[in-house]
Design a protein around this ligand. Structure first.
Ligand SMILES: *Cc1c(COP(=O)(O)O)cnc(C)c1O
Length: 347
């Protein structure tokens, strides 16, 4: 979801952006009109997320999946080793992609628990001379998240935050790199945001495609080539919206409230069950199941008829998943819980 006020603003500015006689979609990225849009969005990102001065904010394309290759190409540049935590499908994909480039170790995995928890980490398993340590912070499909970051010492921590970006405050200084596809919580599809500590840039492997070298992108203010102009504009509007509602502290309270309503209902239900280890529950993606696939399918169908769409779980796990990203209002969750209660009574 995107905030309704953001969509309204975009609609109002669609045909004539601030008297320029053109839509943002039609602008040259090198024009005077566009410059404040991209630099403004970057500045707002820095301000809202409280990004330290020694980090670069890069607007790229290719989605999170492209970064699965870009990360080893840019950062696996010392020992050629890296540690990965396998906590779901996206970290497993990232791990497999990185194996093409170096000596990659899965230091922990929750695959045997069907990824219903974040695996236990044992520091003794970490590679002391790894070039980086990789996690997927919020596991979109399974509805789990790291509530505590691993202590990786001097090894830079790299996190895929695609599905929890801007959902709460984050201490960027604890990471070497955080990145995410924007389409879950930040902007429409087409934009990938990478925040990288400056001293880690500039050592990409020599065969790294120019467009995947983060240094190239950073040195050219994310305009080495044509950036996703429209999505960057939308990202700026979303950041303004977050700022206006009180920043990420307020965003966090809003998101905690929503998640609590849903989890409380599920915990008290005799029909619905959340399969995730309690301490690892995601604040953004709430998964739930009934006792049978038939009943799950019936729920998804009737929910859609009642206007609750996108509740079907990921095709790899089945069941249901409510993605309650930033823009989902509290009333949206209250109405869902109300519907679930009625469904339980009737079935
Ligand atoms: C959706 C998602 C991805 C994949 O993102 P794309 O931008 O489609 O490549 C990767 N990681 C996480 C955590 C996601 O939620």
């Amino acid at each position: 979801m995107l905030p309704e006020s953001v969509l309204n603003r975009a609609a109002a500015e669609m045909l004539d952006y601030k008297g320029t006689g053109q839509s943002v979609m039609e602008m040259s990225h090198r024009s005077k009109a566009y410059e404040p849009i991209i630099f403004g969005a970057q500045q707002l990102f820095k301000e809202v997320l409280n990004v330290p001065d020694n980090y670069k904010i890069i607007f790229a394309q290719g989605g999170a999946s492209t970064q699965f290759a870009a990360i080893p190409l840019n950062f696996m540049n010392g020992s050629g080793k890296a540690d990965y935590v396998l906590s779901g499908q996206f970290s497993t994909k990232a791990y497999k992609e990185a194996q093409k480039y170096g000596d990659v170790k899965a230091v922990a995995s929750s695959k045997e628990q069907n990824f219903t928890c974040i695996p236990e980490l044992n520091k003794a398993d970490f590679t002391p001379d790894a070039d980086y340590f990789y996690i997927c912070q919020n596991n979109t499909i399974y509805g789990t998240r790291f509530t505590e970051l691993p202590d990786t010492g001097n090894v830079p921590l790299i996190a895929d935050v695609s599905s929890c970006f801007l959902s709460e405050p984050m201490d960027v200084s604890k990471y070497g790199v955080v990145y995410g596809g924007a389409q879950k919580n930040v902007a429409p599809a087409g934009l990938t945001v990478i925040i990288a500590r400056e001293d880690l840039l500039g050592n990409a492997r020599d065969y790294t495609p120019t467009m995947l070298d983060y240094k190239t992108l950073a040195d050219n203010d994310s305009m080495y080539n044509t950036p996703p102009c429209w999505s960057i504009y939308m990202c700026g509007l979303v950041l303004e919206w977050i700022k206006n509602i009180g920043g990420l502290e307020a965003m966090k309270l809003h998101n905690e409230k929503k998640a609590a309503i849903l989890y409380d209902f599920i915990d008290n239900s005799k029909m619905f069950n959340n399969p995730v280890k309690k301490s690892d529950r995601s604040m953004m993606n709430v998964t739930f199941v009934t006792e049978s696939d038939e009943l799950n399918a019936k729920f998804v169908k009737e929910a859609a008829e009642a206007g609750f769409v996108n509740l079907k779980g990921h095709r790899s796990v089945g069941g249901m998943r409510a993605s309650i990203y930033n823009a989902m209002p509290i009333e949206g969750v209250e109405k869902l819980v109300d519907f679930m209660g009625k469904f339980e009574k009737n079935n």
